[in-house]
Design a protein around this ligand. Sequence first.
Ligand code: T3D
Length: 257
Amino acid sequence: MFETIKFEVTSGVAWLTLNRPDKLNAFTEQMNTEIVRALKDVARNPEVRCLVITGEGRAFCAGEDLGSLGEETNHGEILRNRYNPMIKQLATLEKPVIAAINGVAAGAGLSLALACDFRLASEKASLVEAFIHIGLIPDSGNLYYLPRLVGQAKALELAMLGEKISANEAKSIGLVTKVIPLESWHDEVSSFAEKLANMPTKAIGLIKRYVNDSWDSDLIEMLEKEAVGQRAAGVTNDHKEGVAAFLEKRKPQFHGN
Ligand code: T3D
């Protein structure tokens, strides 16, 4: 079904693995297209309640495959046609998304991770803006997410200097959620994903929608959006189950509806 990615769903979790390990999982047009197709599957499939994006081999993703850029390349069009649809799809996916950063994340590979809701980093992972070293600017949502995650000063430093930072440094500036030792990498990522996949999925989707909206809304608008969102969350079975479980002093069983 796919040639440049692997995609499978188990226990409510979709695993999307970038799969060009000999090129450090660098993006090609085919890979961008396949990722968008997989993301649409995730959005449509009610059985999927969490998405994990990771990389095959020693890298997460090294950004655009530089071997495919020619002198006549129109970078704006490449972004509009290949990268922006991928980032828009991720931003509007109302399910939790984890970037499981197994190794280096560079250029648009880092942008992809920034557009996820959680970044779990292996202790051997590193992050590098990279764009500046080839005379480009951060793209694929990088200039949107980076300052929001780390603040303006750190964003300028990382983007302008393009220095590689370790997983632990990334954690210390709030760029990654958690650093995971190599020996427990797979188990910890799986249990983090399964935990999310067993939570009230609709409420998680609404949280994501309204946190995104909050950057462009004032308090009065947000108060109303919260009222609309709470109305939607309040009619879910998961809300009823949560209240019943609390009153009955038992663990809730959420089904994502
Ligand atoms: O047109 C547009 O605007 C499109 C959008 C662009 C967005 C972008 O992503 S621009 C940024 C593109 N990415 C980069 O500039 C990163 C380039 N790669 C690196 O800086 C380094 O490879 C890494 C820091 C990622 C990893 O370094 P290291 O030392 O661990 O590995 P390496 O030895 O450099 O690379 C290993 C192999 O992967 C090597 O191939 P080889 O020699 O073994 O045959 C290398 O050429 C290949 N590789 C790594 N990155 C890319 C790549 N091949 C193609 N494209 C790459 N991006």
